[in-house]
Design a protein around this ligand. Structure first.
Ligand code: HAM
Length: 431
C-alpha cells in the first residue's frame, strides 16, 4: 500500500479530470460508494470460488458481528447501489462512473499493490452489442486522450447460461485424464469452474491449454450473433483488436463479451483496463433482470505507462519580496492573482533575494514579480520574465491583466500541454 506524493498527485488529478470529462460526455454520472461493504456482496457476485474471494479479501467481523470487507472491486458495490437506490426500477440505461481505492491481498509487484485505485464505468439496461462496442470505444478513446497508444485490445465471448454448461462438459472431458498433471489450483478449478483453467499461468497447465477445446465452437446462436456484431461495430469504428479465446476473466459475474487492454511494458501485470458484460448480476443481487456492462482500469498502471516525466508547470509566477515592508504588502497581490486562477508561489518573505530567485528557478517560474520597497511606494512592482531575463516596471492594478493576457491572448505557443490542461479547469472557474 503506497503513499502517493507530488508530482504523482498532479498526474493523478489530470487522469481523473480527463476521465470525468470524457465519461460525462458519454452520459455517465459519478457515484461514490463506501470502501467497506458486506463481504457477502462479493461472495455472491465475484464468486465464492474466485481467488479474490477465497484468498485476497481483507475481511473482518465488526463489533456488531457483521461480516465486512474492504471492497476488492467496484462493480458489485455499484450494482448494489443501483438496486438500493431504486434507480433499477425507475430509470432506463443508467450509467455510472467511479474512482477510488480497492483492496486485494495479492503478492505485491510492479503494477500490483494491495491497495490500488480503479476508475471504472458501469452501464445498465443496454443489452444490444452496440452497447459493448460503445463501452469499448469509450475506454479506447480515454486511453488515447491520455496519450496511451501502445496498448492492444483483446476481446472474447465467454458465452451465457445457455451455452456455458455444454462447454464446461467439454473442458472437463478434455482435462479429466490429464488432471494429475494440472497444478493444485487447476485441480480445484476442474471441479469448481473449469473455465478458469484457461487463465492459469503455470507452464505445465499452459502447455495443456493449447489443445483445449475452444468456446467459440460451443456458443449458442445468440452469443455467436452478439459477438459478431460487437466485432462488426468495432471494425466500423476502426478500433483494432484481436480475438483471444483464452480471456476468461477472474471474476465470476461475466457473460458474453470480455475484453482487456494490454501492455507489454509492465511485465506480468499487463492488463491496464479490463471489463465485460455481466447480464445476470443485477438479478443475482436482488434486483430486476437488467443487463450490465462496464470496465475498470488501474490508475497506478496508467501512471507507470505515462512514465516518470515530472510535469513541468511553465505557468508558475513567483513573488519575491525585498524587505519586511514588501512582505507585509505581498499577500493581497498574491491572492488577487490566485483568484484569477493563476499559479503563484512565494517564500513568505523568507531568505535573501538570491535565495528567493534560486527557488523561482527551481520552480521553473515563467516570471518573478519583485516587490521592492521603492517601487511599492508608487504602487509599482518589477516583473522579471525568466525566459528573456527582461524586466519591466508595472502598476500593481495592471498585474492580473498582464498575466491573464499572457495566457489567453494568442501567446499559447509558449504554454505547455500541462498548463493548457490546467487552464481548462481555471477557465471554468473564471466563467
Ligand atoms: P479487474 O480485471 O479485476 O476487473 O480489474 C480491473 C483493472 O484494475 C485491472 O485491469 C488492473 O488495471 C487494475 N488492477 C486490478 N488489481 C490490481 C492490483 N492488485 N494492483 C493494481 N492494479 C490492479 C474488475 O475489477 C472489474 N470490476 C472491472 C469491471 C467493471 N468489469 C465490469 N465493470
Amino acid at each position: 500500500m503506497l503513499d502517493i506524493c507530488s508530482p504523482k498527485c498532479s498526474d493523478w488529478q489530470v487522469i481523473e479530470m480527463i476521465a470525468s470529462d470524457i465519461f460525462e460526455n458519454y452520459g455517465y454520472e459519478e457515484i461514490r460508494t463506501p470502501i467497506v461493504e458486506h463481504a457477502e456482496l462479493f461472495h455472491r457476485s465475484v464468486g465464492e470460488k474466485s481467488s479474490v474471494v477465497q484468498k485476497e479479501m481483507y475481511s473482518f467481523t465488526d463489533q456488531g458481528n457483521d461480516h465486512l470487507c474492504l471492497r476488492p472491486e467496484g462493480t458489485a458495490p455499484v450494482v448494489r447501489a443501483y438496486i438500493e437506490s431504486g434507480a433499477c426500477n425507475t430509470q432506463s440505461q443508467s450509467k455510472y462512473f467511479y474512482m477510488g481505492p480497492m483492496f486485494r491481498r495479492e503478492r505485491p509487484q510492479k503494477g500490483r499493490q494491495r491497495q490500488f485505485h480503479q476508475i471504472g464505468c458501469e452501464l445498465f439496461d443496454a443489452k444490444t452489442p452496440q452497447a459493448d462496442a460503445e463501452v469499448i470505444e469509450m475506454a479506447n478513446y480515454f486511453l488515447n486522450e491520455l496519450g496511451i497508444f501502445d496498448v492492444s485490445l483483446e476481446i472474447n465471448s465467454i458465452g451465457c447460461a445457455a451455452c456455458r454448461p455444454g462447454y464446461y462438459d467439454e473442458l472437463i472431458a478434455f482435462f479429466k485424464d490429464k488432471a494429475n498433471d494440472l497444478c493444485d489450483n487447476c485441480k480445484r478449478r476442474l471441479a469448481d469452474n473449469p473455465l478458469r483453467i484457461l487463465d492459469c499461468k503455470n507452464s505445465t497447465c499452459q502447455a495443456m491449454i493449447i489443445d483445449a477445446p475452444l468456446f467459440s465452437k460451443s456458443w449458442c446462436d445468440e452469443c455467436t450473433d452478439h459477438f459478431q456484431t460487437v466485432r462488426d461495430e468495432l471494425d466500423q469504428l476502426n478500433i483494432a483488436y484481436t480475438v483471444n479465446e483464452r480471456i476468461v476473466r477472474g471474476l465470476d459475474y461475466y457473460v458474453r463479451t470480455a475484453f482487456e487492454f494490454l501492455t507489454n511494458k509492465l511485465g506480468a501485470q499487463n492488463a491496464v483496463l479490463a471489463g465485460g458484460r455481466y447480464d445476470g448480476l443485477v438479478a443475482e443481487l436482488g434486483g430486476p433482470d437488467i443487463s450490465g456492462i462496464g470496465f475498470a482500469m488501474g490508475v497506478e498502471r496508467l501512471l507507470l505507462l505515462l512514465g516518470d516525466k515530472e510535469p513541468v508547470d511553465n505557468g508558475v509566477i513567483y513573488v519575491a519580496c525585498l524587505g519586511e515592508l514588501a512582505t507585509k504588502q505581498a499577500l493581497p497581490i498574491i491572492s488577487g492573482l490566485r483568484h484569477e486562477g493563476l499559479h503563484v508561489q512565494w517564500s513568505y518573505g523568507q531568505g535573501s533575494m538570491k535565495s528567493q530567485m534560486r527557488r523561482a528557478n527551481r520552480l521553473n517560474a515563467m516570471a518573478v514579480i519583485i516587490l521592492g520597497e521603492d517601487e511599492l511606494k508608487n504602487d509599482n512592482v518589477i516583473i522579471k520574465w525568466m525566459d528573456s531575463s527582461e524586466q519591466e516596471i508595472c502598476c500593481i492594478r495592471d498585474l492580473n491583466d498582464i498575466f491573464l493576457g499572457y495566457f489567453f491572448d494568442g501567446d499559447m505557443d509558449v504554454i505547455s500541454e500541462d498548463i493548457l490542461n490546467q487552464l481548462v479547469v481555471d477557465d471554468k472557474e473564471i466563467q
